[in-house]
Design a protein around this ligand. Structure first.
Ligand code: NAD
Length: 369
């Protein structure tokens, strides 16, 4: 098959290259066994790019990112670059990518793989079978609104201001992503804000309700953010898709993440709006960071990155069946008792990052046989 699917790999720093190496293994498997080829390019980002070019994201790399169907990123950062000026820090490369690609919808699934249900901080029966998706608005709201400042007061004290601001267009576009997703999943959407005390919440609710009329098949619920936090730990399986603003999404997605047990298991995607042909720019990455404490030791859990690759197939290339296959292979490998250190449990077998990646391809072989 012709390689018309353009993918840019940015492994980054720390364990980034190790976990991305295991995705390459799966890409090779797909090429050989399913005849699916990608036009795959690789480049530097973060500290590695700073060391090579004096910038955490070179113009040439950004240009490549603007011209592919999807970017896959490992992780950036580490103590080596802690004292670099802020605008050259590894994280600046990531923020520039998000801004320039206009990636405003952050998708964070929280799926409990049966073999890991006991690793959750909640009781197994509350989380087993859990499969929810949080869509977080990620370029607006309280983290970016102006004014944002600390000023001196005449009494010698200070005054700090963050501004929560949203426009119709910003709310509309992220809600549409969430409605579309709900349509492809369980057909249920919770729109989460605090319309009881915040004007942005009133506008958010109004717009979500309006868009809901265009999606009569989606069951739309409105929920206050504080209640949502409570419901996530009380009865998480009531949710299918949750859409919310930047600040609430930051908190609620971390809360949902812990329902699944481990940072090394969590994938994510960030999407832009759709162009006329329906194409969205997208970046896929594990939720975890560069884990400098275990970098270079072949100890990292590659599954969050492998699951991010499955999201790439599902959302950028409409290859849901292949994504299902990879997710199933990951579930089976865990069910067989293999564990990296971060998810190690009594009676299980401790394996390296490489061995975990190999096990997933062996399982793919069995599933595809
Ligand atoms: P971290 O996610 O890198 O690590 C937190 C803990 O989880 C560590 O003990 C680490 O060993 C463990 N861990 C993380 N991922 C793992 C995996 N795949 N397998 C096994 N164990 C894993 O967070 P941190 O320690 O707060 O940050 C370290 C560096 O990563 C910092 O420079 C930070 O800025 C950066 N960071 C980058 C991103 C990103 O690239 N998106 C996200 C978060 C943090």
């Amino acid at each position: 098959m012709a390689a018309n699917k353009k993918l840019l790999f940015l492994p980054g720093d720390g364990i980034g290259p190790e976990v991305m190496g295991q995705v390459r293994r799966i890409i090779d498997w797909m090429d050989q066994r399913r005849h699916v080829s990608f036009d795959l390019d690789e480049d530097l980002v973060g500290g590695a790019a700073y060391d090579a070019h004096g910038s955490a994201l070179s113009d040439a790399t950004l240009d490549k990112a603007m011209n592919v169907d999807a970017v896959m990123l490992g992780a950036v950062g580490g103590p080596k670059w802690d004292n670099v000026e802020r605008h050259h820090r590894p994280e600046a490369g990531l923020l520039t990518l998000r801004k320039e690609l206009d990636l405003f919808a952050n998708l964070r699934p929280a799926t409990v793989i049966p073999a890991l249900a006991e690793a959750s901080s909640l009781k197994t029966d509350l989380v087993s079978g859990l499969d929810l998706m949080i869509v977080r608005e990620s370029t607006g709201g309280a983290y970016f609104g102006l004014p944002k400042e600390i000023t001196d007061l005449p009494d010698g004290g200070k005054r700090a201001v963050d501004t929560q601001v949203y426009t119709t267009a910003e709310i509309d576009r992220v809600c549409r992503v969430a409605f579309d997703l709900a349509g492809k999943r369980g057909g249920k959407l919770h729109s989460v804000e605090k319309a009881n005390v915040m004007e942005t919440g009133v506008l958010w609710r109004e717009i979500a309700t309006e868009i809901g009329k265009e999606y009569p098949d989606i069951e739309l619920h409105h929920m206050y953010a504080d209640n949502c936090a409570m419901q996530l730990v009380r009865e998480p399986k009531q949710f299918d898709v949750i859409v919310t603003d930047n600040l609430f999404g930051d908190i609620l997605s971390d809360c949902a993440a812990m329902l699944t047990g481990s940072l090394g298991m969590l994938p994510s995607a960030t999407l832009s709006g759709a162009d006329e042909s329906g194409r969205r720019r997208a970046m896929y990455e594990p939720v975890h960071g560069s884990a400098p404490d275990i970098a270079g030791q072949d100890k990292a859990n590659p599954l969050a990155t492998i699951l991010s690759y499955a999201m790439t197939l599902r959302y950028s290339f409409d290859m849901g069946e292949d994504a299902d296959l990879i997710e199933k292979a990951v579930g089976n490998v865990l069910a067989s008792g293999l564990r990296t250190g971060d998810i190690m449990q009594n009676g299980m077998t401790l394996v390296s990052c490489t061995a975990m990646g190999e096990a997933v391809t062996v399982e793919l072989d069995k599933l595809a046989a």
